[in-house]
Write a protein that binds this ligand. Structure first.
Ligand code: ZN
Length: 455
């Protein structure tokens, strides 16, 4: 196959200045760039360039629903969102604390024990910022570790009162394993989903990634969520040589917990936050690596062809597959790349915009729904299948975030996951958490972290 070059822009991993870059499509796909001061960089971004080409059906997105930021330095330094941003919001991340009660070797938010957290009036303002930016959108309460706050149920109730339909909690789950009363309060405040850090099914994985034997506690957290009838999304951070051999095991584990576990969302490791070293290509798991592992480690129960890009604008950013758990205990994937592509390329059969579609999918699929899948007469009928599909399904998705080596400004401008800040801005996720080699952030939660602004 001939080598293809695609011009784009990136950042220097040392000084974070915007520099020209190009994607090089050989057998695999690399991002090459050169900083006049700090030299050349070449980083693997996607193994298997053929799959990369097939997945590249990006199209122009409509732009941000509402421009909130005044642009001074331009992309990516002061997005908030800015006029050059090309995507609407699909999910908003809200940091409700900078504090965390464990000290993971791997953490994208660089959280620590003694950080402060915003007051309820600040949180109300952040919710209001989301509304002013065209919301309500699905919101993920994040941090830090949100469950260090005793008033988290109040924060959720406040969001619900203000009209937010879907609020999920990004947590390591340790408090949920130990404190059923707290979980009951979360349910009562109408929390929709526990976005649970879940890296694998053995203690060894947790020792290496989180510094402690956490598997039993994760299990207990899931049991408690099931008893409280709150849906759970399992979120593994994938690290080569640590847990990439457990991808199939994680899917089998998730299946056992259907209908309480709604899905698995894989996050291949990116080099941001508290791990600022120059990564080698072997340190990376790209999207095709995850898809191929999913196929081989489930013995073909889900296949590479069942996965579709999460959105069209940034079709190389994420993947998803929606499967129904059938009576025989197998997953039946309902998504198919060729089929979806034919719809997208066709005559606008989709009645809603891609962002609307993603928001609706998040809101409808990722919460616990009461109901029994089938009565005895229904197996094998379409009616039975659709009834089953309402409760007994598994969403498998994933998204590697961008880091200072892989960041591609064209992709960044298509980002639909936005962090709301106390400065009344929405900032694309990968820009917000991006750090340079020294661990210095491009952005930060300026009001609460006393770090000098870099740019
Ligand atoms: Zn530089």
């Amino acid at each position: 196959m001939e080598t293809l070059f695609e011009e784009t822009e990136s950042l220097c991993p040392e000084c974070l200045k915007v520099i020209p870059a190009r994607r090089v499509l050989e057998g695999d796909v690399y991002l090459e760039k050169e900083c006049p001061e700090h030299g050349k960089f070449r980083t693997l971004i996607w193994r298997d360039s053929e799959l990369y080409r097939r997945w590249g059906y990006g199209e122009e997105a409509p732009g941000p629903q509402q421009v909130l930021a005044k642009t001074v330095q331009g992309c990516p330094y002061d997005c908030g969102l800015c006029p050059t941003h090309k995507a609407e919001t699909c999910t908003v991340i809200m940091e409700v604390t900078q504090r965390c009660d464990i000290n993971c070797p791997v953490c994208f938010a660089s959280s620590f024990k003694n950080q402060s957290h915003p007051q309820l009036k600040d949180i109300r303002e952040m919710y209001q910022t989301i509304l002013d930016a065209g919301g309500p959108f699905p919101v993920q309460l994040s941090g830090g570790e949100p469950t260090v706050r005793d008033d988290l149920p109040n924060i959720i109730a406040m969001g619900k009162e203000m009209g937010f339909n879907h609020i999920q909690i990004n947590t390591h789950g340790l408090r949920l394993a130990k404190d059923k009363e707290y979980l009951r309060q979360l349910k009562e405040s109408e929390a929709d989903l526990i976005y649970l850090q879940f890296d694998g099914i053995s203690d060894e994985v947790y020792r290496r990634l989180r510094g402690a034997n956490l598997f039993k506690l994760k299990l207990k957290a899931i049991e408690n969520c099931a008893a409280a009838k709150i849906g759970v999304l399992l979120v593994p951070t994938l690290v080569p040589g640590v847990n990439d051999h457990q991808i199939g095991d994680i899917i089998r584990f998730a299946k056992e917990w259907i209908p309480f576990v709604k899905g698995v969302h894989f996050q291949p490791i990116t080099y941001i936050g508290r791990c600022p070293k120059s990564p080698r290509d072997e340190d990376r798991i790209t999207i095709p690596d995850v898809l191929k592992a999913l196929e081989s480690q489930t013995q073909g129960e889900v296949r590479v062809k069942n996965f579709v890009p999460r959105r069209r604008k940034d079709s190389h950013c994420g993947f998803s597959c929606f499967s129904v758990l059938m009576e025989d205990g197998r997953l039946l994937a309902t998504t198919d790349f060729e089929f979806q592509q034919s719809i997208v390329m066709g005559s606008g059969c989709l009645k809603e915009s891609p962002s609307e579609h993603v928001r609706r999918a998040i809101s409808e699929r990722l919460r616990f729904t009461e109901g029994k899948p089938t009565s005895e007469t229904e197996p094998g009928t379409w009616q039975g299948f659709f009834k089953r599909a309402r409760t007994h399904y598994l969403s498998i998705s994933g998204m590697p975030f961008q880091d200072a080596w892989t960041v591609d400004l064209e992709r960044l401008q298509g980002c639909c996951i936005h962090v709301v800040t106390p400065n009344k801005e929405l900032v694309p996720f990968c820009a917000f958490y991006l750090t340079n080699l020294k661990g210095e952030r491009l952005y930060h939660n300026r009001q609460y972290l006393k770090i000098p602004v870099r740019f």
